[in-house]
Design a protein around this ligand. Structure first.
Ligand code: NAG
Ligand code: NAG
Length: 218
């Protein structure tokens, strides 16, 4: 039914059109001008679309590309490939700092669990303090990123990048100071803690590399 009505309606329009007089010579000029304007508009649209294609943001770097810029590409890939938004650079940076924070939290707990003779093992007490400091540096980074992100737009400014770099560097220095202290004091820690220290330091190094390269990757 509907299609018949539509057809009827169409016929009506056609009839009206058929009844209208043919264009006079003077209206041919108008027609030519109209066609010219339409052509020009089409041309401008094409130009605008082409220009748009060139100003489009470059493709997002893959996790593999990002990890390739770090000193520990394997650890980077293995530890970040399960992060939920792995193709979004902002999220990769955040995930890496969160992972560093989790690793340091675990490490700090591991050190605390062997720290039952503080007088005999001052280097271990130092490590607990140092990794707690590292943890607050990483927390500092995460909360600044959270705060800035809420502001929206191009939230990771030079200032934020500078702050995060400073904090992660400080956290890494804490880790190195702990290692040096253990070595100097001849304090032996278990293989597992050594491995945890290594992984935590690698992940902090990865976070630092990502934030350092951030502007180039974006
Ligand atoms: C921290 O420890 C928990 C519990 O042992 C573990 O499930 C988690 O994977 C660890 N996280 C990191 C980053 O090592
Ligand atoms: C860092 O943040 C975690 C999670 O929000 C929290 O559990 C921990 O106590 C914080 N540590 C420091 C040193 O601020």
């Amino acid at each position: 039914m509907e299609s018949i009505n539509t057809l009827k309606g169409y016929d009506k329009v056609s009839d009206q059109e058929n009844q209208s007089p043919l264009p006079k010579p003077s209206s041919r000029k108008t027609l030519i001008v109209t066609i010219s304007i339409i052509s020009l508009l089409l041309l401008l649209t094409v130009v605008a679309l082409t220009a748009g294609a060139f100003t489009h943001p470059p493709p997002k770097p893959s996790l593999k590309t990002i990890c390739g810029l770090t000193r520990y590409p394997e650890t980077c890939l293995n530890s970040l490939s399960s992060s939920p938004h792995k193709l979004d650079l902002d999220s990769i940076l955040e995930s890496s700092i969160k992972l560093a924070s989790d690793s340091v939290t675990n490490l700090s707990l591991s050190f605390r669990s062997i720290n039952d003779t503080p007088e005999e093992e001052p280097a271990i007490t130092d490590c607990v303090k140092l990794y707690n400091d590292a943890l607050s540096q990483l927390n500092e980074s995460m909360s600044e990123i959270e705060t800035e992100k809420k502001k929206g737009g191009n939230w990771l400014s030079e200032n934020v990048i500078g702050d995060v770099k400073t904090w992660i560097s400080a956290a890494m220095t804490d880790g190195e100071t702990c290692s040096d202290g253990l070595e100097e004091m001849g304090t032996v820690v278990g293989k597992e803690i050594k491995k945890e220290m290594e992984v935590a330091n690698q992940i902090m190094s990865i976070s630092l590399a990502i934030v350092t390269q951030f502007k180039n990757l974006h």
